[in-house]
Design a protein around this ligand. Structure first.
Ligand SMILES: [Ca+2]
Ligand SMILES: [Ca+2]
Ligand SMILES: [Ca+2]
Length: 321
């Protein structure tokens, strides 16, 4: 049985076991909720209304927060091919599903090519497919930062870590989440992140971001800490499900980032499937889960089926924190 939304029991909740009217799902109501007196109703002395906890009227909001750095093309390919399944499945769960997209490398951009809310909300697979293709062509392939726009420099990414925190913070605070929505963020990335006040453009961590030899430096400050980001996510009742690497790539692996990195290779799991400086990883801290990105890459884990499953499992189950 799904949990009874707390607000339905705000005034008075009397649990009933049997003999009541039949609820929308064919069984007895799980509770009777006292509706206080209201001049606009025909029962000015207040009344009891049957409530069935098995019935949830949430809508579904899903935001993709995607690392679109140069090694992540396979995720964008898979999403572009299979997003229609995800959109259909979410709409079968509850009509009028909303989707969003935040693309990031060392900074981020909220996609605004959807149909609603200034473009931040997608309702159709077709506009999402175009958005995935746009970010792949213009940012993944030439190694450009989404927040820089189309005029930004290419081959610009001097350390392996990518700015998931600022992208997640923007998704939590800037996407138009609906009040009655089951809220899910899907992350895909193959590396960990750094925190404010560090700078993604400072290759050697010396405080200067102006070296022009390869891989070129630039000013890409980390704006948020892990703690600030997790607070923004939990304040907004968002569950984060991530697809990340569970083990570092071997020393000769082609999937090994070729630039310097701030944190050890062993740390690529940190914040996703392992603690980050002692703090719980983001999926655990938001009552979500982490999945193996390498299984998505080699075809043993279906990205779209896994996304569909986490949306179904999250539906009408707010995070337990
Ligand atoms: Ca990368
Ligand atoms: Ca980077
Ligand atoms: Ca430097």
């Amino acid at each position: 049985m799904r949990r009874l939304p707390r607000q339905l029991c705000g005034v008075l909740c009397i649990l009933m076991t049997a003999c009541g009217p039949v609820g929308a799902d064919g069984d007895s109501p799980d509770a009777y909720v006292y509706i206080p007196p209201d001049a606009s109703t025909s029962w000015p002395d207040g009344s009891f209304t049957p409530v069935d906890a098995d019935v949830c009227e949430d809508v579904v909001d899903v935001v993709f927060v995607l690392d679109v750095s140069s090694s992540m093309g396979f995720v964008l390919d898979q999403l572009e091919q299979n997003i229609a399944d995800v959109v259909t499945a979410a709409n079968n769960l509850a009509p009028d599903a909303h989707f969003g997209l935040v693309a990031y490398v060392d900074n981020f951009a909220l996609d605004d090519t959807g149909a609603l809310d200034g473009g931040m909300v997608h309702t159709e697979a077709s506009t999402l497919q175009s958005a995935f293709a746009y970010f792949q062509e213009n940012f993944t392939d030439p190694n450009r930062n989404p927040g820089d726009g189309l005029s930004g420099p290419t081959t610009q990414n001097p350390i392996c870590e990518e700015n998931a925190l600022d992208a997640l913070y923007a998704a939590a605070t800037e996407f138009p989440w609906r009040t009655n929505a089951t809220r899910v963020i899907i992350v895909a990335t193959d590396d960990t992140f750094i925190e404010a006040p560090d700078n993604y453009g400072d290759r050697d961590g010396d405080g200067d971001t102006t070296s022009t030899d390869y891989p070129r430096e630039g000013d890409y400050p980390a704006l948020r800490t892990l703690s600030e980001t997790v607070t923004a996510l939990t304040d907004h009742r968002i569950r984060v499900f991530s697809f990340t690497r569970l083990t570092p790539p071997g020393i000769l692996s082609l999937s090994r980032c070729g630039t310097p990195r701030r944190l050890d290779w062993e740390a690529i799991t940190n914040g996703w499937s392992a603690p980050y400086n002692g703090a719980a990883p983001i999926p655990e801290a938001t009552d979500g889960a982490n999945f193996d990105l390498d299984q998505v890459k080699d075809g043993t884990l279906s990205l779209q089926d896994t996304i569909n499953n986490v949306v179904v499992d999250s539906y009408c189950n707010p995070p337990v924190l």
